[in-house]
Design a protein around this ligand. Sequence first.
Ligand code: AMP
Length: 453
Amino acid sequence: MNNIFADSRIRPAIQEGLKKIHFEKPTKVQEKVIPAMLSDLSVVVQAATGSGKTHAYLVPIFNEIDEDAHYVQAIVTLPSRELADQLYQVARQLRDAAGMHFSIAHLAGGTDRERQLEKYQNNTPQLVIATPGRLLDFVQKKVFVVDQVKTFVIDEADMTLDMGFLADIDQVASKMPKDVQIAAFSATIPVKLSNFLRKYMAHPDQIVIDNPSVIAPTIKNDLLDIGSKNRKSVLYKLLTMGQPYLALVFANTKQTVDELTRYLQDQGLKVAKIHGGVTERERKRTLRQVEQGQFQYVVASDLAARGLDIDGVSLVINYEIPRDIEFVIHRIGRTGRNGLSGHAITLIREEEMNRIEDLEKMGVHFDFVEIKNGELVPRKHYRSRENRQVKNHKFDTKLVGYVKKEKRKRKPGYKKKIKRAIQEDNRQKRKLEQRHEIRKAKRLRKRKREQGR
Ligand code: AMP
């Protein structure tokens, strides 16, 4: 296949710029999206973070920018300030590498609004990167006129929907030209989102599906059943068993992130934390320190699971399964980036196995492991254990032997005897199962009590 980066429709300066930032070969998403967008098609792209989707839209946008025309030509929205910050850096990097001269606005809620107002009122940018709320604010205040926008990108569209920003996007989009090219990028396309997109794209010209649920092949994706062990001490063990270059531990709530950070610090580990309750300034500083290699361990909430590009994460641990299981995929995707190898370990208890099954149905493959002599070693898939139980239920070796013997003897009443033996065997099995259920319920109750404390 021809390399789309070398396509004659792409300006030579951009081609050079891509080489300068060491993008030699396009990713699958880039290969599919760039030609569609160059042909002015609107697209809905299902692609995971880490797939290279950012440059899939930046290249066609840059290609169309008229550096001498001072009006807003393209807008990209992202649902969080961190993601907008990150895109701004990436866009500037490509612009500078390509030696292009145009202005990029970077608008996000929480940053100094007055200063931004002043800045952009006097200097209309050609490209706007913004969070939806601040974008709407500036469009309503007429800081920007959007009636000449050629391309509108909604990145992380499902997260935008989840955060309730679609109404803002709707208001801005309604002020754009009728034939604006829209590109929506999303890890998943929930019904609400596709209904919304249909409003602006009667017939989405192109839908590119890139299976977002499959974990990159460079990642070893382990599943560890912690049984009745203490979750925290298993975590500590996993973190200290090898020497991870940078380990990212995900927990579901701010409280758990705080608690784990404290616990690991008490054990003498140098740990940083990232969650929504930490101030913006603090978070930025932490990220910078992590990048400088000052921490080997970071405990985070799902804020860091989507989009944030932290370099060199060699190990991801899912301390617990998030409510929205898709986040497991986003979390795991923080390691094994850019073709580097990565390792992920998800901690579970038997009761949560149905959630793992759901993930498996989505195409996520886990390797089942256990800790033996301070090492992670493979163990049988839980389903192979279940299968064995089902088989045994009918053909228990002891019972099979008994039936064979009785059949051979064929003494009077042998059939009844076999039947009785089978009934007794079933009774024993039921008893075992009940005992197992009672233990499981006890474990659950105990855990709830502990959590309640
Ligand atoms: P994204 O999904 O856009 O966040 O990209 C994930 C990572 O892959 C980023 O660090 C990009 O810099 C990198 N990347 C994207 N496309 C390419 C490419 N064609 N060649 C090399 N690296 C890439």
